[in-house]
Design a protein around this ligand. Structure first.
Ligand code: ADP
Length: 194
């Protein structure tokens, strides 16, 4: 199964992703993690991405798409992939669809983790990542609303969007996530290319 996970920063995508990839035995592709690793290793992509990440803005599509393109051909992605934090705008979604179509694959479901802005700000305040300072958080939220949220319409239009609420305990949220995945899998998503 190939799933796109969409939600504002601080929605808890990372935590839920870890559980979900374990449960479904699929690969976890987090562009945020990949970019942080590239930055830490000071690769060319990492150095180019740095200033965008620090400002809470999207890293240019070409850089992110190159990273993803490389990764989805690796064997661990054959059984399925959870795309976490990618795509983040409609252009990236279209490019992902094209990359998958070349391999006769498709996204089976888009999973929205819905959390409101006040909750996001409250949660990120306690986390302490360098891009979690209030000014950058505000910018990341603006980026989310302006560029990433339109993706929900993109996937809704394809009839593959499921929304779950991100409030409550980790277990409560995970139960909702599994229910949404089961519902989608029941419609053929788990079989692959529908
Ligand atoms: P969060 O979901 O908490 O914002 P991520 O780890 O997904 O955190 O992303 C951190 C930063 O990395 C983003 O603010 C952005 O600068 C960059 N980034 C991650 N994924 C993408 C992407 N798909 N396209 C562009 N930039 C990205």
């Amino acid at each position: 199964m190939r799933i796109v996970f969409v939600g504002p920063p601080g929605a808890g995508k990372g935590t839920q992703s870890q559980r979900l990839v374990e449960r479904l035995a699929i690969a976890h592709l987090s562009t945020g993690d990949m970019l942080r690793e590239a930055r830490q290793k000071q690769t060319k992509v990492g150095r180019l991405a740095e200033e965008y990440m620090a400002a809470g803005k999207l890293v240019p599509d070409e850089l992110v798409l190159a990273l993803v393109g490389e990764r989805i051909t690796s064997p661990d992605c054959a059984r399925g992939v959870l795309f976490d934090g990618f795509p983040r705008n409609v252009k990236q979604a279209e490019e992902l669809d094209a990359m998958l179509a070349e391999r006769r694959m498709a996204i089976d479901m888009a999973l929205e983790l819905a959390v409101d802005d006040e909750e996001v700000i409250r949660r990120l305040a306690g986390r302490g990542r360098p891009d979690d300072e209030p000014r950058v958080v505000a910018e990341r939220l603006k980026t989310y609303w302006g560029q990433t949220r339109p993706l929900l319409d993109y996937y809704r239009g394809r009839g593959i969007l499921e929304t779950v609420r991100g409030d409550g305990t980790i277990d409560q949220v995970f139960a909702r996530v599994l229910k949404a995945v089961d519902k989608r899998a029941g419609r053929g998503g788990a079989r692959g290319s529908e």
